[in-house]
Design a binder for this molecule. Structure first.
Ligand SMILES: Nc1nc2c(ncn2[C@@H]2O[C@H](COP(=O)(O)OP(=O)(O)OP(=O)(O)O)[C@@H](O)[C@H]2O)c(=O)[nH]1
Ligand SMILES: [Mg+2]
Length: 390
């Protein structure tokens, strides 16, 4: 493992601590050992190096003292800032975006996942090349005669552009195939349920528990990149549903990734029901719920019926007794389920909840009014709690 220095600057945002802790997990997930963490306060980033020159010197000394090979910033750096920092520190400097891109590259397994990650990486690279190029152009004052360096940049740019087009073409083709499969599913009216949530919330563990499958679950960020789907039998009345495990979300998900993974993420949009898995043992779970809902909004999935699944209650003494509890909103619709994917407590309640939604509420894909807007529906008692599976 290589030693990494983490750098986080506090600009007065409330999630500073949590986001820094997350950076450490990201670094570990990428295979680096976070040996030192340097923090500081600023009102705005320094144009040349993001941090001031005094802080940069402090960072250089910390790197010398701790045998640091790579410096990871918890922010997006401009190409110039990255270059200046590498020069001043004599080490490789990466920002949060390229760290996340790196982890995705390491994890991608499926053909489509690999294409999407490569597309995101090239798009990230392209912005850097373009800027390096304009910078050189300015230096030359626009006087003719292209040097060999510039020609190379032009070639690089053209090759990257061609490869981006090629990848987009391949992905579009895969998407058309997926569309066909989806329409076949719709014809057979199988209810589709997707597990969504913050990275490391326990989606894959829950997927495995419900399907008795062996999806990769680990204490890593972005353990899952590829959407996996399996049929789950929910009894004679409901029959089969299709359950999908999906990639986790994170705050400030690089927009290149959202763009490249849009198709995969929008597969999520096609679900009839989203099980929004929450790590109930996290101190910042509410913040994480908001972040996930933001991404869902961005990909147009915020209108899909959603149930919050409070997972890992075995790790929260105050919640341990609530395993299998189902909470309802003022219309009597199920809003939250408390369970532990690890111990299995509450899984029956979740199965019952999915079955209830499958039979009682119209599917999102069907052109019928949602239960909540059905004015003739008899209102249930507010926040009635049903106990199941204990
Ligand atoms: N204590 C406890 N730990 C759990 C529970 N469910 C999952 N975990 C742990 O949480 C970690 C993450 O689980 P995963 O299932 O990989 O989480 P994920 O949401 O699929 O994560 P990504 O694929 O990385 O987005 C693993 O170490 C699991 O063992 C639970 O109910 N209780
Ligand atoms: Mg997973």
């Amino acid at each position: 493992m290589i030693n990494a220095a983490l750098v986080g600057i506090d600009f007065g945002k409330t999630d500073f601590e949590a986001s820094l802790e997350e950076l450490s997990l990201l670094a570990k997930s990428a295979g680096a050992h976070p040996a030192v963490t340097l923090t500081g306060r600023r009102s705005s980033p320094d144009a040349a190096m993001f941090i001031g020159s005094g802080k940069a010197e402090e960072l250089r000394l910390a790197c010398e003292a701790n045998d640091i090979e790579i410096v990871i910033f918890n922010h997006a750096l401009s190409p110039a800032q990255q270059r200046n920092l590498e020069r001043a520190l004599g080490r490789r400097v990466v920002d949060r975006t390229s760290l996340i891109l790196d982890i995705f590259a390491q994890r991608a397994r499926s053909h489509e996942g690999k294409l999407q990650v490569e597309l995101a990486q090239l798009q990230y690279l392209a912005t850097r090349l373009v800027r390096a190029w304009t910078h050189l152009e300015r230096q030359k004052g626009g006087i003719g005669l292209r040097g060999p360096g510039e020609t190379q940049l032009e070639t690089d740019r053209r090759l990257i552009g061609e490869r981006i087009k090629m990848l987009q073409g391949k992905l579009a083709k895969l998407r058309r195939q997926h569309g066909t499969q989806r329409r076949q599913r719709e014809r057979t009216r199988t209810m589709s349920v997707s597990l969504v949530g913050y990275t490391n919330a326990g989606k894959s563990t829950l997927f495995n528990a419900l399907t008795k499958a062996q999806a990769y679950a680990a204490d890593q960020l972005f353990a899952t990149l590829d959407t996996t789907s399996r049929r789950v039998w929910l009894g004679d009345e409901v029959g089969q549903i299709v359950l999908s495990d999906t990639v986790g979300f994170i705050r400030e998900l690089p927009h290149q990734l959202v763009a490249a993974f849009r198709a995969t993420l929008q597969e999520t949009v096609q679900a009839d029901l989203l099980l929004h898995v929450v790590d109930a043992s996290s101190a910042v779970r509410l913040d994480q719920i908001d972040q996930v809902n933001d991404v869902l909004h961005e990909i147009g999935a915020d209108t899909i019926r959603q149930v919050l699944v409070f997972n890992k209650i075995d790790a929260v003494p105050e919640l341990a007794a609530r395993g299998g509890t189902v909470e309802r909103d003022e219309y009597g619709n199920i809003s939250r389920v408390f369970l532990s994917a690890r111990t299995g407590v509450g899984l029956d309640a979740l199965r019952a909840a999915i079955a209830e939604i499958a039979t009682a509420e119209p599917l999102a894909g069907a052109s019928q009014p949602q239960a909540a807007t059905d004015w003739n529906a008899v209102p249930h008692e507010p926040s009635r709690e049903a106990e199941h599976g204990r």
